[in-house]
Design a protein around this ligand. Structure first.
Ligand SMILES: [Zn+2]
Length: 432
């Protein structure tokens, strides 16, 4: 039988199975078989030698702002509100355009692939251009179009944004890589009326809701003052959780808020680096784990992170939670990998298609080189991935059954051109 790709003799992290040296065949975008001696059974168009490589599901990044890639390092070391209102928003107001977003998003997609991300869930503007760049790069994306009460980018009001989301949803409905979502920015930038409209639209189209929530203590205090409710309680009071919701940040949830998220099958996207850098603070997740609602990993934008390494995120989060809980057994390595893969897929309501290596699922896979000094010896690949690995070890990336990075070379993107463009934009932005 003919197949598109044969991955030969890799250390496969198959779902619910012990890591083992096996092979994988891929046909029509999906995983056809996982087993031994597959080279005898199949004739493959592409053969990838996966000897001395870990083969695992690609990372699912559940909170990003991919087109902010040209704002990386533009302004650092400031608190969230000052950073947003005095630095990021003015630059966005001046420079955001369809062309800017298309270029910046392509840079961000390339950077994500180099970090082993095979799916990302974004929140930004000009989703059509981001979709174009994601498609070009060959990466899977859920594009949340940002909703705010005030005029932004090329929208005068939220109703224009809702109409745009409807149009984009129809345009990309049959696209294998792209989905759209409704992304009200936050409860302090979106009033009750628009939050309800956002929820209604998401329910009508059967798409995700993606919102920043409970990011700072100030946000919680302001919400209590204004609504006499904490942020999650407030959204619950207006029926927001009737939709499929991914809550980004969610650092300051009390017991009742955690119960609300658990009851509604909502997910949170944890953005450790961004929260630590902006000193938004950090709470213990021990309680969160006990409540059993779904956790996933986000990078946030590179303007606040300032990188897109999921390996770095999971290493940092695991260690931070151990320290905060005075408990080294919390969030063990295997659990961290699950949170960054199948946890993300569950958050995006895509766990039937992606997030693990299982026959019939989409072939979104990454290959990590372990034939080097930093990687040896290796007793447990999960431990190795969380505590010892860096993105530079990620050699090959396959998304939807297509090779998008081979030996760290991007297949669909001209890296040189991308770097030149970034340098060009850096000069312009610096002048501002
Ligand atoms: Zn964010």
């Amino acid at each position: 039988m003919n197949v598109d790709i044969l991955l030969n003799n890799g250390l496969i992290l198959e779902f619910n199975k012990k890591p083992e040296i096996k092979s994988i065949t891929i046909k029509d975008g999906s995983i056809l078989e996982v087993g031994k001696n597959l080279e005898k059974k199949y004739k493959a168009t592409h053969i990838i030698d996966a000897t001395d490589k870990i083969v695992m599901p690609g990372f699912v990044n559940t909170h990003s702002h991919v087109a902010m890639s040209y704002f990386k390092g533009l302004s650092d070391d400031l608190p969230l509100q000052e950073w947003l209102s005095e630095h990021i928003w003015p630059v966005e107001a001046k420079f955001l355009s369809a062309e800017f977003v298309k270029d910046a998003a392509l840079h961000g997609c390339a950077e994500m692939i180099k970090n082993g991300i095979t799916t990302f869930s974004d929140m930004y503007f000009f989703g059509d251009q981001t979709a174009e760049s994601a498609e070009k790069a060959g990466i899977r994306a859920v594009l949340g179009e940002g909703v705010l009460d005030f005029p932004v980018a090329n929208y005068q009001n939220a109703d224009e944004i809702f109409a745009y989301i409807r149009k984009m949803h129809n345009k990309y409905e049959k696209n294998e890589l792209i989905d759209f979502a409704v992304a009200p920015h936050a409860i302090y930038t979106c009033g009750k009326e628009n939050l309800i409209k956002a929820k209604d639209l998401a329910l009508e189209l059967g798409i995700l809701l993606h919102i920043h929530l409970s990011e700072t203590k100030q946000e919680v205090q302001d919400c209590l003052k204004k609504n006499r409710l904490r942020p999650v309680e407030y959204l619950d009071s207006i029926g927001f959780f009737e939709g499929n919701v991914v809550v980004a940040h969610a650092l300051w949830l009390d017991e009742n808020e955690q119960n609300i998220l658990a009851k509604n099958n909502s997910s949170i996207a944890i953005n450790t680096s961004s929260n630590l850098k902006l000193a938004s603070g950090f709470s213990s997740f021990k309680n969160y784990l006990d409540h059993g609602f779904n956790l996933s990993i986000g990078t946030d934008g590179v303007a606040s992170n300032n990188n897109l390494s999921i390996l770095q995120e999971i290493s940092l989060l695991a260690k931070l939670q151990k320290a905060l809980n005075d408990d080294p057994t919390i969030l063990p390595a295997k659990e961290m990998i699950q949170i960054a893969t199948i946890g993300g897929a569950k958050a995006l309501k895509k766990s039937e298609q992606i997030g693990s290596i299982e026959v019939g699922k989409k072939a979104d896979l990454i290959l990590i080189d372990i034939d080097n000094i930093e990687a040896q010896p290796m007793y447990d690949p999960y431990s190795h991935l969380v505590y010892s690995s860096a993105s530079e070890q990620i050699k090959d990336v396959i998304i939807n059954g297509k090779i998008v990075m081979k030996d760290r070379e991007l297949i669909n993107i001209d890296a040189k051109e991308l770097i030149e463009k970034a340098k060009y934009y850096q000069k312009i932005l610096k002048l501002f």
